[in-house]
Design a protein around this ligand. Structure first.
Ligand code: ADP
Length: 572
């Protein structure tokens, strides 16, 4: 308006001056008017351009203001969102975390979490690299979206698992500008996954173990199936769970015929009742038991003698099965019997000529056949001594064979035990004196007479005491304890002798066994004495054991139950 009035005023002023300027040449007036109009037009154009520019500038300012306002509003909106969101301005590096994101991790909504804190404190240090890679891959365009699972530290110091999803926005040149990422708490899922994984791992290991066990079991079964020994597996109630083919062959029974039967069914017909009782007791007490006298009944009515071993199988201290391993030893038993019979016969036959030698050498030594010179006497004494040793050996062999054949004559009598021991010590006195041994008798004040075979009892004491004397060096000590308690006779024979080497102790009661150190001390032993003692003690339903330390000494412990006196009283 002002410009238009200004233009009007300017045109009137120009027209007024034009009247005087172009007074002389009106042609010039026409030029002037044209120029004036052109100027007017130009001025108008200029004015409208300025105006347009003003409007454009105003608009631009408005736009900038609106933009600024909307950015602030956006930041505010993002930070207030209840979902787990973070918005990353890549150029400035600034990250805005939504209140939902903070809440998810236990932070206050107004707590300041900047990019620095996020990358250097909140994200688990082991996941930072993976997270950077995931972002970089997405920025490089290798992935359509940024997706990552990683751990972040919540306010209470515990880590939570988040799953991020986001897409970057780029400038016109494709450079990353900003990325809005939504985060979800997947801790529960992850924990479940881990639990599942560890369970799966456990299962995998268990599976492997089971496969191995199955493999072992298969191998074991193959071994058991192809064993020549008969094998039986028993349940804890004694019923048969499994028998191997060897047992099927030996007895003639099929597994199906034996399954579920009580195992003693196989033995009860022919095995001695007391042995059967011992097996049952061992089974009930969950103890191992071994015997060479179990007789197995076969399906066809026959039988065979078995070397029988019963073992409990435990798991976590509890018996879960029993196994019975058996071997047909009928042949061996027959051979043993034949051997024993031969030894018995030979010894018996040898006794008569040996006794004759003894009597005649005694007579000759007594001068019955005329006076002998010194030399002749010396030689004859040697013959006599050797003959006595031979008589003893033959007597021992006879005893062993009779015991083995079960033909040892048992003659029970009321016997004074301490008297038996005293007489043995007396007999052995020359050795005791020769070696200057100290023998201590610790006999209980009152020892009742026992109904027992005195000859057998003598053999037990003689062997134990003579061994103690034999294997104890000069000036050593021997002590003999006798006492009766709870219907049993307790015997202890202790010495300070050479002892028995540990590695040979298990064989000490077997026939003909002699320890290495004993051979060096005395070359004439037979290794039959302790065998005889064991068999006799077992026949008396007693027990024997020992403790020994090499070069320190040995103690033998014997327990013999007092027999029922009626048997002896009736005889007397
Ligand atoms: P022997 O004494 O004739 O050799 P035994 O059967 O009596 O036979 O004994 C067997 C073995 O036991 C002996 O050879 C010896 O090795 C060992 N033994 C027995 N008693 C004792 C003992 N008191 N001290 C050391 N060793 C012993």
């Amino acid at each position: 308006m002002i410009i238009s009035l200004l233009l009007l005023f300017l045109s009137i002023l120009l027209m007024f001056f034009a009247k005087y300027l172009f007074y002389e040449n009106p042609k010039h007036l026409a030029y002037f008017v044209t120029a004036f109009i052109a100027i007017l037009f130009l001025l108008r154009l200029l004015h409208s351009m300025v105006r347009k520019m003003q409007i454009a500038l105003g608009r631009a300012e408005g736009i900038i203001k609106v933009l600024r306002d909307s950015r602030d509003r956006y930041a505010l909106a993002v930070s207030g969102i209840d979902d787990g969101i973070w918005d990353w301005d890549i150029k400035s590096g600034e990250i805005i975390f939504s209140s939902g994101w903070k809440k998810m991790l236990g932070y206050r909504a107004d707590e300041d979490i900047d990019a620095m804190r996020f990358w250097n404190g909140i994200v688990h240090k082991d996941d930072v690299k993976m997270l950077n890679n995931a972002i970089q891959y997405h920025f490089d365009g290798r992935t359509k979206h940024y997706i990552a699972e990683y751990r972040v530290k919540s306010r209470n110091g515990l880590y939570k698992w988040l799953m991020d999803r986001g897409t970057v926005t780029r400038d016109e040149k494709g450079r990353p500008l900003r990325m809005v990422v939504s985060s979800r708490d997947i801790t529960n899922r992850k924990n479940a996954e881990f639990a599942l994984k560890s369970r799966t791992d456990e299962l995998r290991i268990a599976n492997k173990q089971i496969k191995k066990e199955i493999g072992n079991t298969r191998k074991f079964k193959q071994a058991v199936d192809s064993s020549t020994d008969s094998v039986m597996m028993l349940d804890t109630d004694g019923s048969i769970e499994y028998v191997n083919p060897s047992l099927e062959r030996a007895t003639g029974y099929d597994f199906s015929e034996l399954r579920g039967k009580i195992f003693t069914t196989l033995y009860q017909e022919k095995t001695k009742a007391e042995l059967l009782q011992k097996i049952k007791e061992a089974f009930l007490r969950g103890r191992a038991y071994r015997s060479e006298d179990v007789v197995v009944s076969k399906k066809d009515g026959g039988w065979y003698t078995q070397e029988f071993s019963l073992y409990p199988i435990r798991k976590d201290g509890r018996i879960i099965h029993f196994v019975v391993i058996g071997q047909d030893i009928t042949k061996r038993k027959e051979v043993d019997t034949a051997k024993s019979e031969f030894v018995s016969l030979a010894s018996h036959q040898l006794r008569t000529p040996l006794s004759a030698i003894r009597w005649y050498s005694e007579m000759l030594l007594d001068g019955v056949g005329g006076e002998l010179n010194k030399q002749q006497k010396k030689y004859l004494q040697e013959v006599y001594n050797a003959n006595i040793r031979m008589i003893e050996l033959v007597g021992t062999l006879l005893d062993v064979s009779r015991l083995d054949l079960g033909k040892f004559p048992i003659n029970k009598k009321m016997t004074n035990v301490s008297y038996v021991v005293e007489t043995i010590i007396k007999e052995l006195q020359p050795i005791i004196e020769k070696k200057n041994l100290k023998v201590t008798k610790k006999f209980a004040e009152k020892i009742e007479d026992m109904c027992i075979d005195p000859k057998m009892l003598r053999m037990v004491f003689h062997n134990l005491i003579s061994n103690a004397l034999k294997y104890t060096p000069e000036n050593g000590e021997i002590s003999i304890v006798l006492k009766q308690e709870s219907g049993k006779l307790f015997v202890e024979v202790a010495d300070t002798g050479c002892g028995i080497p540990k590695e040979q102790q298990s064989k000490i009661f077997t026939k003909l066994f002699r320890a290495d150190n004993a051979r060096e001390i005395d070359s004439s032993g037979t290794g039959l004495g302790l065998y005889i003692v064991r068999v006799i003690v077992e026949k008396m339903k007693g027990s024997i054991r020992f403790s020994s330390e090499e070069n320190k000494g040995s103690t033998f412990y014997v327990i013999i139950p007092m027999q029922d006196k009626k048997e002896c009283v009736a005889k007397n």
